[in-house]
Design a protein around this ligand. Structure first.
Ligand code: MEZ
Length: 493
C-alpha cells in the first residue's frame, strides 16, 4: 500500500523511537513562537484576503471566500416574499440545530417561551457531532476558572473579549454538571470521578471526554432532550434573510424549504443565530474537518442585517488532519492522541515541537516541516509529518488505544492501518472559525437588538486562536445563556 519513500519514513520513526532521540519535549519560547507564526501561520497569507466594501466592518480584510459570500446578494431575494403571510409565529426563533442551538432551545423552553429550531440539514448535523477529544472545565482541586482563563487568554494571543472569556471559564463546571445530569456518558473512574486529560496549551488536566466521540455523545443527548420536550424543529429549512422591524430590530426570518424551495416567513420576538462556522468553505484550499453545512450562513445573515464581525480574518487549522489515506484526507485526528502520549515527528524521526503546543503553533510548525514541498500534500513520498500513535501504548500500556480512542482506531483500521503498531501521516486541516459576530455578555449582538448569537458563529470568546475543548464548552455556556436571555427578553418585546 505504501510507496518506497513512505516505507523509509516509517523506518526513520521506528529507529528514532528505538534510540529515543526523538522524545525530548521542548516548548517553544515566546520569541520563537512569534517568529514561527509571523512566517508560517496561514493567517499571514494576506494576499488571499480581501477588503469588505459595505457594512459595519467596511474596509476590513477577511478571507476572499468569506468576503465574496458577504458581498453577494441573497441567493433568493427576500424582497419578493409577502411578509404578511406568516407561517410560524414564535417567541424565540433559533437558526441552527447543533450543540448551541439545541442548548438554547432547552433553556428557552425551560423559561416558558414558545421556541422553534429551524435547521438546513437535520437536527444534530453539526460540527458538534464531529468534535472528538473533549470539553474543558476547571473543576478539580488543583485547577480554577482563573487558571483556565489564563491558559485560554494566552492561547488566543490575549485578544479575547475578557468578559466573554470570563463567563466561559466561570460557567464551565456548571455546564459539565448540566450535561452529566442530562445523561452524557463522560469517562469516569470506577469511583465515579471524571477522568480528565490535557489538551494543547492547558496547564491543568481539565478535558472531560466521552472517549474520542465526545461531541457525538453530547449531541445525542441534547437532541434527545429537545425531542423529548416536544420543542418544534423544522428540518431541511434554511434561513435566507433576517427580517428587521421598522426600528432595525430583529423580528424573524425568511425561510426556505431546501427540498421544495418554498419560501416562508417566521415571525419572532427574538432570534438566535446558532448556525456554526465556515470550515466547509475550504478557505485557502485547505482540507477540512468540518461537516457539509459549515458554510458561513450565520455570518452572512447577521452581517447583512447590520451586526458587527469580530476577528473574521482568523481561522483555525487543526494541526492533525489525516493526510493518508486519500479517502479520509482532512478528517480530524483528535488532539487527545497527543495528550495520551503520541509525538509529532518529521520524516527524519525528529521531534520538532512540544506535542501540546497550542494549535496555531503546532499547525505552523507542521507546515514549516513540510515547506520544501512545492504544493499540496504528497502522501506517497513520506514528505509530511508523522503522528507516532504507537507511543500511546508504550506509555499507557496495552489496550490504551482501544479503551481511550476506539473511534480513531476503527477509522484507520478500516483502511488497513493499525494505529497501535504504525504511526500515521498528518497535515493541518481547516477546523474552526475563531472570529464571528460580536456579542455582549448576554449573547445579544452589539448593534442589532433582539438578535442573539451562540456557538461558532460568535467572535471574540477565544481571541485569535482557540484551545481544544473550549468550543464544545462555549456552545453549552453561550447556547444556554442565549436561550435564557432571549426568552426573558421576548417578554418585553
Ligand atoms: O475542541 C476541538 O476542536 C476538539 C475537541 C478537537 C479534537 O482534537 O478532538
Amino acid at each position: 500500500m505504501y510507496s518506497e519513500n513512505f516505507q523509509k519514513s516509517l523506518k526513520a520513526v521506528e529507529e528514532a523511537r528505538k534510540e529515543n532521540i526523538a522524545y525530548e519535549p521542548k516548548r517553544m519560547t515566546a520569541e520563537e513562537k512569534e517568529k514561527l507564526l509571523a512566517s508560517y501561520h496561514p493567517d499571514y497569507k494576506k494576499s488571499e484576503f480581501k477588503k469588505l466594501s459595505f457594512g459595519p466592518n467596511k474596509g476590513e480584510e477577511v478571507p476572499i471566500e468569506l468576503c465574496d459570500m458577504l458581498e453577494a446578494h441573497s441567493r433568493i431575494s427576500a424582497k419578493d416574499v409577502d411578509l404578511s403571510n406568516i407561517k410560524y409565529d414564535v417567541d424565540v426563533l433559533i437558526i441552527g440545530g447543533g450543540g448551541a442551538g439545541t442548548s438554547a432551545a432547552i433553556e428557552a423552553d425551560n423559561a416558558g417561551a414558545k421556541t422553534m429550531i429551524v435547521t438546513k440539514l437535520r437536527m444534530g448535523d453539526a460540527n458538534t457531532m464531529m468534535a472528538e477529544g473533549g470539553i474543558q472545565a476547571a473543576d478539580k482541586p488543583n485547577d480554577s476558572p482563573a487558571i483556565h482563563f489564563v491558559d485560554a487568554f494566552g492561547g488566543g494571543h490575549y485578544a479575547a473579549k475578557r468578559e466573554l472569556l470570563a463567563k466561559l471559564v466561570c460557567d464551565a463546571p456548571e455546564a459539565i454538571g448540566w450535561l452529566n445530569e442530562l445523561g452524557v456518558e463522560f469517562d469516569k473512574e470506577p469511583d465515579g470521578t471524571m477522568i480528565t486529560t490535557h489538551g494543547g496549551g492547558t496547564s491543568r488536566k481539565r478535558m472531560h471526554a466521552a472517549k474520542d466521540y465526545s461531541g457525538a455523545e453530547i449531541m445525542r443527548t441534547l437532541r434527545d432532550e429537545v425531542l423529548n420536550r416536544g420543542i418544534e424543529v423544522v428540518d431541511f429549512t434554511s434561513a435566507i434573510e433576517l427580517i428587521l422591524d421598522e426600528n432595525g430590530k430583529a423580528a424573524g426570518a425568511v425561510l426556505m424549504n431546501m427540498e421544495t424551495k418554498e419560501l416562508m416567513v417566521a415571525r419572532a420576538k427574538t432570534v438566535i443565530i446558532a448556525t456554526g462556522g465556515a470550515g466547509r468553505m475550504h478557505y485557502q484550499g485547505f482540507p477540512t474537518s468540518n461537516h457539509y453545512g459549515a458554510t458561513a450562513d450565520g455570518l452572512v445573515l447577521g452581517y447583512r442585517a447590520g451586526a458587527k464581525l469580530l476577528y473574521a480574518d482568523t481561522l483555525q487549522y487543526h494541526p492533525t488532519g489525516a493526510a493518508f489515506p486519500q479517502q479520509i484526507f482532512g478528517a480530524l485526528v483528535t488532539e487527545k492522541v497527543r495528550s495520551l502520549g503520541a509525538k509529532l515527528v518529521n520524516r527524519d524521526g525528529k521531534v520538532f515541537m512540544h506535542p501540546l503546543e497550542t494549535r496555531d503553533v503546532a499547525a505552523a510548525s507542521i507546515i514549516r516541516e513540510c515547506s520544501d514541498r512545492k504544493e499540496g500534500v504528497d502522501t506517497g513520498s513520506g514528505d509530511a509529518v508523522w503522528l507516532d500513535t504507537p507511543m500511546i501504548e508504550a506509555i499507557g500500556g496495552e489496550g490504551t488505544i482501544e479503551k481511550r480512542i476506539p473511534a480513531m482506531m476503527r477509522m484507520f483500521a478500516s483502511y488497513g492501518i493499525d494505529i497501535r503498531k504504525e504511526p500515521i501521516l498528518v497535515y493541518p486541516t481547516l477546523h474552526y472559525q475563531n472570529g464571528g459576530l460580536d456579542i455582549n455578555v448576554d449573547g445579544m449582538t452589539t448593534n442589532v437588538e433582539n438578535l442573539y448569537v451562540a456557538g461558532e458563529a460568535v467572535g471574540g470568546i477565544h481571541g485569535r486562536n482557540r484551545l481544544m475543548g473550549n468550543s464544545l464548552l462555549d456552545i453549552i455556556v453561550f447556547g444556554r445563556s442565549a436561550g435564557k436571555n432571549a426568552a426573558a427578553h421576548s417578554k418585553d418585546v
